[in-house]
Design a protein around this ligand. Sequence first.
Ligand code: ITT
Ligand code: NA
Length: 210
Amino acid sequence: MLRYVTTNSGKVREAREYLDAVEQLNYDYTEIQAAELGPIAVRGAREAYRHAGEPVLVDDAGLFVEGFDGFPGPYSAFVEHTLGIETVQRLVAREIDAPRRASFRCVLAYCDGDAFDASPDPVDREDRAAAAAVGADDDADDADDPLPVKLFTGSVRGRIVEPRGDGGFGYDPIFEHDGTTFAEMSAEAKNAVSHRGRAFAKFASWYQER
Ligand code: ITT
Ligand code: NA
């Protein structure tokens, strides 16, 4: 049984479209402080696997505002809970000129205790490049942890706008993609273009083979 390790039920709703068998494991693994999502997800997946003793999938995501050099990025959850998304939107509106570009990124980290086939498939190649981009290889202080973790990534570009819509979760009301905020989209429409949808589409096809 695959455990999707998250405290966020919004993530679980979206994952269900790709994996109907997925079971949420509401476990708050340690999130290390890092400038990128990759090392946070890798460390989290190892800790969650050691905790659960069965296959786990960890999802680390964030909102990266271009004009703020990627902030809040890996600190998105902390910033959502301290400032709130409306304050983030007002700060962006005050400090950054339109079009106020931003992107959502998602890193899925899978661990089942076994090693992975090294033969590169197309998804592998794409994700290895993306994993390098999210800094998954820079994690010097646990480079000697032998537990293998496989990463799948997804991202989507958009812009920060005044809040609209009441679907989705987190920063969805202030993130507009092609004229529609993520909170104005159905879960299916969001999945079709979102960071998480893209990462899950890759993960699901790989996982079905495994
Ligand atoms: P877990 O770590 O337990 O999975 P979390 O909500 O803390 O849950 P993250 O650490 O990945 O998740 O933090 C991601 C932050 O970015 C958090 O504030 C989310 O609300 C937000 N976020 C992630 N994916 C999002 C999405 O698809 N739409 C809107 N906001 C999102
Ligand atoms: Na978290």
